[in-house]
Design a binder for this molecule. Structure first.
Ligand code: THU
Length: 135
């Protein structure tokens, strides 16, 4: 099964509506399609103890793994406004995506205005860390 960029972006926008962004007021939604064609979504979930907050990508990836998915075919991240520009995954989430990505994985970053950018994981996280001996 394939999914159109627009459908994945709309799923991320829908997920974003549930963002728990009490402290930053910065809502993020993520939607991914795994290698089996299944859709998984997440939103950011903040906490009064700030470092305990979770990014939207982390939620979507956890949902994928819990359902047995192991590869991200395409992930859309929606956040930010025209001023800030599309919300590219934070450094930690680049590493999280890398764990389940390959060179064909498509990463879409979208903002409120509908502007979007497309990346590979290698572009976002060059010279990435991985465990020696494991690919
Ligand atoms: N955030 C995400 O959910 N994903 C990212 O890739 C960047 C940042 C969230 C974390 C926090 O709840 C809020 O955006 C502001 O940093």
């Amino acid at each position: 099964m394939t999914i159109a960029n627009d459908d994945l972006i709309n799923a991320a926008k829908e997920a974003r509506r549930n963002a728990y962004k009490r402290y930053s007021n910065f809502a993020v939604g993520a939607a991914l399609i795994d290698d089996r064609g299944h859709l998984h979504v997440g939103c950011n979930v903040e906490n009064a103890a700030y470092p305990l907050g979770n990014c939207a990508e982390a939620g979507a990836i956890a949902a994928m793994v819990m359902q047995g998915g192991r590869r991200i075919a395409k992930i859309a991240v929606v956040g930010g406004s025209g001023e800030i520009g599309p919300c590219t995954p934070c450094g930690g989430c680049r590493q999280r995506i890398h764990e389940f990505a390959d060179e064909d994985t498509v990463i879409l970053a979208i903002d409120d205005s509908g502007e979007w950018q497309e990346y590979t994981i290698d572009a976002l996280l060059p010279a990435s860390f991985h465990m020696p001996g494991l690919t």
